[in-house]
Design a protein around this ligand. Structure first.
Ligand SMILES: Cc1cc2nc3c(=O)[nH]c(=O)nc-3n(C[C@H](O)[C@H](O)[C@H](O)COP(=O)(O)OP(=O)(O)OC[C@H]3O[C@@H](n4cnc5c(N)ncnc54)[C@H](O)[C@@H]3O)c2cc1C
Ligand code: SF4
Length: 544
C-alpha cells in the first residue's frame, strides 16, 4: 500500500516492528468530541499524545504526512528518502534567508525525529533564566529543577546511549544505555580536543547500543538523516507512537489540519481537516498545536476569525515572532589517513566546552559542536554550494571523500522580534496561505559564529587536518510562539496553555523563549512530558 494513502484506519494502524504487521487502534467519529485533538505527531505531539492517552484522556492525533513502515518504506538511497521532509512551498526572506526542507522539518508520523541525528542533550540550567543570570534573551517561565525529572523520564523512554560520566552540566544519573563506539570521524574531534586541552565526550544519542524491546542495536550504517530502516533509532515513531496507540489514542495519518474553529463563547470547538481530498470537521474539547515552529504559527494565523482577527492566541501580537535557529557554520579538513566518515551516526562525538564557559567570548550566547558524517550526495551538495565547484572540479574534490572530517556547531541565535513567520498571499494545494519565513543574523549572532569557526579551525589543525575551508548552514527552527509569565510578553503560559483561549494549547519547539547551544528535541520531549503531567493535575482539580 502506497505510504501517501491513509494507512491508519478501519480500527488498525501499521505495526512498525513487523513487515506488513498491524496493531489495533481505536477510532473516533467526527461527531465524537475527543478530550484532546493534537495537530502533528513529532517530538512534541507524539510525546504528549502518549502521556495524555496513558493518563486516560481520549486523544486524536492528526498528522499531515504518511504513517511510515521503516522496515519496508525506507530505502538506502538519499534521493528516494527526500520523501521524509516537509517540502511544500514556503517563502524565505531577510538578510540571511534560512534554507528550508531537509535541514529543518519533516512530514509524517514521528515528524522531524524520523530523520533527525539523535543528539540528545540537556539545556544548561542557567539558560532557563537567560536574561536574569546571563544578561541576554528572555527568561523561561520554568526552571531547570522543574524540568529535570522530565529530562530523566524522556531519557529513559528514549533509552539514550551515553557516557557513564558526562563531562558537562549538573550531576546526573547514568544514561540508560552504554555509549556508542566512537567512529574515526569522532576520534578526529577527540584528538583535537585533547591537544587543545578541552573536554570531549561520546554524544548521548537516541539510538540503542544494545537490543531494547523490539529495537535491534544500531548497526552503524549511517543513514540516520534519511530514516533508520532497522528501528534502532528511537524516533517519536518508534518510542512514543506505538505506546500512544496501545493506550487508546487514534493517530490519523495523511490528515492536514487547515483551520481551528472557534465558538461564540471564545473557546475552540474543533478542527477542519483534509483527508483523501475531502474536508471534514472534527470536534474536540481541547486542541493542541504541535506542527513545528513554522506550521504552528501558520495554523494559528490561518485560523483568524471575526472574534480573533489577528489569529488565535495572538492578543500579544507575538505569534510567529522571535524565531530562532541554530547557526551551523562548518569547518572541513582533509586528512592523510582514511576516515570513512559515513560510518555510524553522523554526530558521534561532542564538545560542549563553550556552552559552559563564558570567559574569553566577545559576545553572549553558547554553542556545542560535533563531529560529522555526511553521505555522498549531501556532501557533494555542500561542496558545490559552499565552494561553487562543478563538473571535473567537483569530481576531483569528491575523490577526497573518505579522507575528510569536519566540525559543525549548534550556535545560539538571539530571539528578535523581526525574525518571524508570517502569512504570504500565495496559497498551497489545500488553498491555505503559505508561510513566509524571515531571518537575519544580529551582530552578536555573527560574533558567536566567528568564535565557533576560529575554535573549530584550531581544533581541526591540532588534529592534523590540512586544506581547511568553511561553509554556512543552519538547523532547527524554534521559538515562534514563546511561553512566558504574562499575556503581554508571551503566547502561552508555562503549561503551553494559551493566555487568550483556555482550551487551546501549544506543545512543540515553538515554545522556546531562547534556543540555547544544543539540539532541541530532548527539551521538546521533556516539555511535552511536563505539559502532560500538568494537564493531568489540572483535570484532577477540574481546571481544564
Ligand atoms: C536533518 C535533521 C537533523 C536533526 N538532528 C537533531 C538531533 O540530532 N537532535 C535534536 O535534538 N534535534 C535534531 N533535529 C531537530 C528535531 O528533529 C526537531 O527540532 C524536532 O523534531 C521538532 O519537534 P516539533 O514537535 O516541533 O516538530 P516535528 O517533529 O517536526 O513534528 C511536526 C509534525 O507536525 C506535522 N504537521 C505540521 N502541520 C500540520 C498540519 N497543519 N496538520 C497536520 N499535521 C501537521 C508535520 O507533518 C510533522 O510531522 C534535526 C532536524 C533535522 C531536519
Ligand atoms: S547508524 Fe544506527 S541509527 Fe543510524 S540509520 Fe544506521 S542503524 Fe539506524
Amino acid at each position: 500500500m502506497n505510504a501517501e494513502t491513509p494507512r491508519a484506519e478501519k480500527g488498525r494502524a501499521p505495526d512498525i516492528f513487523e513487515r506488513g504487521g498491524w496493531m489495533t487502534m481505536r477510532e473516533f467519529g467526527l461527531d465524537e468530541e475527543v478530550d484532546f485533538a493534537i495537530v502533528g505527531s513529532g517530538a512534541g505531539g507524539a510525546t504528549l499524545a502518549c502521556k495524555l492517552a496513558e493518563s486516560g484522556f481520549s486523544v486524536l492525533v492528526l498528522e499531515a504526512g504518511p504513517f511510515w513502515r521503516p522496515l519496508e518504506d525506507f530505502a538506502s538511497d538519499e534521493l528516494e528518502q527526500q520523501k521524509l521532509y516537509w517540502t511544500d512551498e514556503r517563502i524565505i526572506g531577510g538578510d540571511n534567508p534560512i534554507a528550508l526542507g531537509g535541514n529543518n522539518s519533516g512530514r509524517g508520523v514521528g515528524g522531524s525525529t524520523v530523520h533527525f541525528s539523535m543528539v540528545s542533550l540537556r539545556f544548561r540550567p542557567e539558560w532557563f533564566q537567560c536574561r536574569s543570570l546571563l544578561g541576554y534573551g528572555f527568561d523561561w517561565p520554568i526552571t531547570y529543577e522543574e524540568i529535570a525529572p522530565f529530562y530523566d523520564e524522556a531519557e529513559a523512554a528514549l533509552r539514550i546511549s551515553g557516557p557513564v560520566n558526562y563531562p558537562w552540566g549538573p550531576k546526573r544519573k547514568r544514561y540508560p544505555y552504554r555509549e556508542h563506539e566512537v567512529s574515526a570521524s569522532g576520534l578526529v574531534l577527540a584528538r583535537g580536543a585533547e591537544r587543545l586541552g578541552v573536554a570531549w565526550a561520546a554524544t548521548p544519542l537516541a539510538t540503542v547500543s544494545a537490543p531494547a524491546g523490539k529495537s535491534p542495536p544500531c548497526v552503524y550504517r549511517g543513514f540516520c538523516n534519511f530514516g533508520c530502516s532497522t528501528n534502532a533509532k528511537q524516533s517519536a515513531l518508534v518510542a512514543w507512537i506505538p505506546r500512544a496507540i496501545r493506550a487508546g489514542a487514534e493517530v490519523r495519518d495523511m490528515a492536514m489540519v487547515g483551520r481551528i474553529e472557534t465558538g461564540a463563547h471564545g473557546r475552540v470547538t474543533g478542527l477542519h481537516v483534509q483527508r483523501r481530498g475531502r474536508w471534514h470537521f472534527q470536534r474536540a474539547k481541547n486542541v493542541v498545536v504541535a506542527g513545528y515552529a513554522i506550521e504552528t504559527p501558520r495554523l494559528l494565523l490561518n485560523s483568524a476569525c471575526p472574534q480573533f482577527p489577528q489569529g488565535l492566541a495572538n492578543s500579544s501580537g507575538l505569534v510567529g515572532t522571535h524565531l530562532t535557529t541554530h547557526a551551523g557554520p562548518g569547518v572541513w579538513a582533509t586528512f592523510d589517513e582514511e576516515i570513512r566518515w559515513y560510518k555510524g551516526p553522523p554526530n558521534i562525538a561532542v564538545c560542549e566546552h563553550w556552552n559552559y564557559t563564558d570567559e574569553g567570548k566577545d559576545c553572549h550566547g553558547a554553542y556545542a559542536f560535533m563531529s560529522q558524517g555526511p553521505l555522498p550526495r549531501a556532501w557533494a551538495q555542500n561542496v558545490a554550494t559552499a565552494r561553487y565547484l562543478w563538473g571535473d572540479a567537483l569530481r576531483h574534490e569528491m575523490m577526497k571523500y573518505n579522507h575528510m572530517a569536519g566540525l559543525v556547531p549548534v550556535a545560539e541565535t538571539e530571539p528578535r522580534l523581526q525574525n518571524r513567520v508570517e502569512l504570504a498571499d500565495e496559497t498551497d494545494q489545500y488553498g491555505l496561505r503559505i508561510p513566509r519565513v524571515i531571518f537575519s543574523y544580529s551582530d552578536n549572532d555573527q560574533r558567536l559564529q566567528r568564535h565557533a569557526v576560529d575554535f573549530m579551525w584550531q581544533m581541526l589543525e591540532a588534529a592534523g587536518g590540512r586544506d581547511l575551508w568553511t561553509s554556512d548552514d543552519t538547523s532547527h527552527i524554534l521559538g515562534t510562539c514563546r511561553m512566558g509569565s504574562s499575556p503581554e510578553s508571551s503566547v502561552v503560559n508555562a503549561d503551553g496553555r494559551s493566555w487568550d483561549i483556555p482550551n487551546l494549547w501549544i506543545c512543540d519547539g515553538s515554545l522556546f523563549p531562547t534556543c540555547g547551544g544544543v539540539n532541541p528535541s530532548l527539551t521538546i520531549q521533556a516539555l511535552a512530558l511536563r505539559i502532560g503531567a500538568r494537564i493531568r493535575e489540572m483535570a484532577g482539580r477540574g481546571e481544564l
